[in-house]
Design a protein around this ligand. Sequence first.
Ligand code: GLU
Length: 428
Amino acid sequence: MAENTNAFSMAQQQFDHVADLLGLDHQVRELLRWPLREYHLRLPVHMDDGGLRVFQAFRVQHNDALGPNKGGLRFHAAETADTVRALAMWMTWKCAVADIPLGGGKGGVVLDPATLSANEKERLCRAFIRELWRVLGPRQDVPAPDVGSNAQMMGWMMDEYSRITGQYTPGVITGKPVGGGGSLGRKEATGYGVIYTLREAMKCLNIDSTQTTAAIQGFGNVGQYAAKGFISELGGKVVCVSYWDREDRAAYTVYKQDGIDPEFLMNITDQYGSIDKDKAVQADYSIEEGDDWITKEADVLIPAALEGQINAETVKNIHERVKIVAEGANGPTTPEADQVLMERDIFVVPDFLCNAGGVTTSYFEGVQNDMNFYWTKSEVLEKLDDKMTQAFKGVYDMAQTQDVFMRDAAYMVAINRVVKGMELRGWL
Ligand code: GLU
């Protein structure tokens, strides 16, 4: 039978498995396997040529027992209600595992953002807020950037919300531009968070990080800063990066024998993660057509693109040298592929632990907005490192004491916290 790669089924399957391990009550499961609320929107937007386009959009609020719903807005052509539901659910676990007082939410707009001009994008962002502002706010639901969205878009949305409510409200959204209510370090946060948890994993496995290599899938915000951090923080070498080329509608893998230079590649990458192939070749990079990151000889694999990339099919191609998968993306590994990783004894730093650095720094951004006082970049990154290290330790201890796979341990920590939060509020 073909593997079911529907993201929401995957998220529910992972949840059900751990709910069994925890012996969770049936009614509690019913509450947690679905979002508490969801909004389905149609957004009419005037295009630059005078025409009208209607966009389909979603905002899903999965659970807010521990605090306001929190999570990004994806602008992607393949977005569906189910991908957003899955991502919202993963946000609940992510905030809980990171031990920050926030719930889980996610939004999505079905479109390829590269097809819009800056003005069209701004009108779309403002339309999204006009439709949804009543259910958003620093104490209700706080969006953030994700695939296909960026700091400028967050800035426009914060402005629209503040205009409608008549009050400057930077805390309604995070990932805003620095100088416009944003936090220093937010841009680097998800990628660096991946590296902090990876560093802890290597310590537990007695691996000398300076002797390691990594292969990365995706060269957007997460992949870029994970690549930088792998070199600067761990002293390792990144052997290749796979990315999706928008124009060619094909995947490519860029590599260099003695290690890629992320700074150089970032300078020749557009805002959607497509690398300029000609410039890369001129600088002695090799380029292969195909999404080959997973086959490369490396110690660490860092999926930093979309969900379902390590699946029943692709997992077979993982090189025997691979020791750790550090999941920068949300939901990159299917339950069937998880089985194979387990059998092969590959250590997994699971997504909602590994990539929690983004939302943790969003939380710091909200705190700074509330205080109206801003920290330095090193203060932010130090606090982030501390939170990520604690989160990793909590999950690793659970994995050791319960003798379970790291993903299950992360779910156990997260579900326990959310259930306790619901109990304390009298929901259960
Ligand atoms: N979109 C990011 C994530 O998936 C960040 C969410 C946030 O900062 O709220 O974790």
